[in-house]
Design a protein around this ligand. Structure first.
Ligand SMILES: NC(=O)c1ccc[n+]([C@@H]2O[C@H](COP(=O)([O-])OP(=O)(O)OC[C@H]3O[C@@H](n4cnc5c(N)ncnc54)[C@H](OP(=O)(O)O)[C@@H]3O)[C@@H](O)[C@H]2O)c1
Length: 225
């Protein structure tokens, strides 16, 4: 899509995921003028989502969505992430940026508000996906904040921090531009391995929610002058 304000062609966004994160981010990308498609296995879900998110939203299968996209957003159940990317067809992922919002949450229930992961601290979900789909450029982002605050959140203490990581510098620059537009300060933690530290921030973020039903917070990294 041509953006008159910036005099640039905006990338086409393909969101893999029909849950709340997929819907919220789809709304955010449409609000910011991106041509956006959302993918699911379920035609029925897609019909409802189009009504909820807006008639401008394009919808399709995971494969249609990945093929359409210049930039892909992975917003699916962590356990299904690899399967969804296979359904999307690895050919459609080639050389594309994948913004990975997913978290490796296990099925086992939380203990005292602490979620369980199916990964361990020496290999993140994003690293596994990066190894399995090496021609895509994964960037971890949007994984450590609740969906209610993913698009231009209004916090009294200013912009929250979004921690990102990934192996490709240009991919991270593109994602940082999007995060800037979506109202975040970006903290680039480096390579894919840093997702080992970013993904568990989801556990920390969820504790006050699961324990005390408090979900209205975000992380902010502060610096000494
Ligand atoms: N909820 C939040 O506020 C929040 C915040 C930050 C990060 N996250 C992370 O974001 C991701 C998305 O969360 P969500 O709550 O929006 O959705 P979700 O319920 O975790 O995932 C829904 C998506 O997963 C797909 N899926 C589930 N099982 C599948 C399977 N066996 N095979 C293929 N696809 C399967 C569904 O496909 P269909 O569309 O075909 O049904 C759907 O698109 C999660 O990893 C979550 O941890 C969530």
């Amino acid at each position: 899509m041509y953006n008159q304000n910036k005099h640039i062609m905006k990338e086409k966004i393909g969101i893999l995921g029909s849950g709340i994160v997929g819907k919220v981010l789809a709304g955010g990308f449409l609000k910011h003028g991106y041509e956006t498609m959302l993918g699911s296995r379920s035609a029925e879900k897609l019909q409802t989502i189009k009504q909820e998110v807006g008639s401008d939203l394009l919808t399709g299968s995971f494969s249609d969505t990945a093929k359409f996209a210049d930039i892909i957003v992975l917003a699916v159940n962590g356990k299904a992430a690899s399967e969804v990317l296979k359904l999307a067809n690895p050919d459609n992922l080639d050389s594309k940026v994948i913004i990975d919002a997913s978290n490796p949450i296990a099925e086992a229930p939380p203990v005292h508000g602490v979620l369980k992961f199916f990964t361990d601290l020496n290999e993140s979900l994003m690293e596994k996906l990066q190894k399995e789909f090496p021609s895509a450029q994964f960037v971890k982002a949007f994984s450590c904040i609740g969906n209610a605050y993913m698009v231009n959140p209004d916090f009294p203490d200013g912009k929250p921090t979004m921690f990102i990581s990934g192996n490709d510098k240009k991919a991270k620059e593109k994602v940082s531009e999007i995060l800037d537009l979506f109202g975040f300060e970006v903290a680039d933690m480096g390579f894919a391995e840093a997702a080992r530290a970013i993904e568990p921030l989801c556990i920390l973020w969820c504790i006050p929610g699961i324990k005390d039903n408090k979900w209205n917070h975000a992380f902010k990294l502060i610096y000494h002058k």
